[in-house]
Write a protein that binds this ligand. Structure first.
Ligand code: CA
Length: 229
């Protein structure tokens, strides 16, 4: 399993999360304020961080910015009672990989931690390689936030569109199955996955990819493939 750091100032919640994730097989350390977490992270390596936003001494958003400057690809999930869209967007822009709004269901938390770790193990779309893929010159994907550039034009994507497009792009000219997409989407388990949801997202991405020189082909019975148009 993985080595996790929980940064949370609420004693009950911190202890509960620690026990829960240890029961799930992870090695778990925790800190009760942002400054202690910063020092701890300077001295230890972890696989992922669960980060509360409202923290004493150094707030979670500042710690997240600091983490991103030092550990570009360290997965971070924000835990926050603040459920406004602004906080979530700010967190994602600052480099969080996922967020969970308190209170949350224990099963959802453990599933999303697993999804976070699984995605971190997928090959990353490297920033310096984004525009040099000869087979897909019209598409660049932001590796940190839901955004892509289509023919150099910035295009906002929903979290799901972005995860789907990244998956297709990582496997350019190869078939991506429905099961592959379901695994990549597990981070958003709060949103029900209707049986035709994938078709809806494929349709939206096809429209957004218009003019990019790329097309998403339906490979009957197998899945979808991103390929040069
Ligand atoms: Ca707090």
């Amino acid at each position: 399993m993985a080595h996790l750091l929980i940064v949370e100032d609420d004693d009950l919640l911190r202890d509960g999360l620690t026990d829960l994730l240890r029961q799930d097989g992870h090695t778990v350390d925790n800190c009760a304020d942002g400054l202690v977490a910063q020092t701890w992270l300077s001295e230890h390596a972890v696989d992922a961080v669960l980060l509360d936003l409202g923290l004493p001494k150094l707030d979670g958003m500042s710690l997240l910015t600091w983490i991103r400057q030092r550990f570009e690809s360290l997965p971070v999930m924000i835990l926050t009672a603040r459920d406004s869209v602004d906080d979530r967007v700010e967190g994602l822009v600052a480099g969080a990989d996922d967020y969970l709004t308190k209170p949350f269901d224990n099963a959802e938390l453990t599933a999303r931690v697993q999804a976070l770790l699984r995605r971190a193990r997928l090959p990353a779309v490297q920033a310096d390689k984004r525009s040099t893929t000869d087979a897909a010159p019209g598409l660049e994907i932001d590796p940190t936030i839901p955004r892509a550039w289509i023919n150099g034009q910035a295009t906002d994507l929903t979290q799901r569109e972005w995860e789907l497009l990244r998956l297709l792009y990582q496997r350019l000219n190869q078939v991506v199955s429905r099961d592959d997409v379901a695994a990549a989407w597990q981070s958003e388990s709060a949103e029900p996955t209707a049986s035709n949801a994938l078709e809806v997202y494929i349709h939206r991405l096809r429209r957004k990819l218009n003019g990019s020189g790329l097309n998403i082909r339906n490979v009957r019975g197998l899945g979808y493939m991103l390929e040069p148009a």
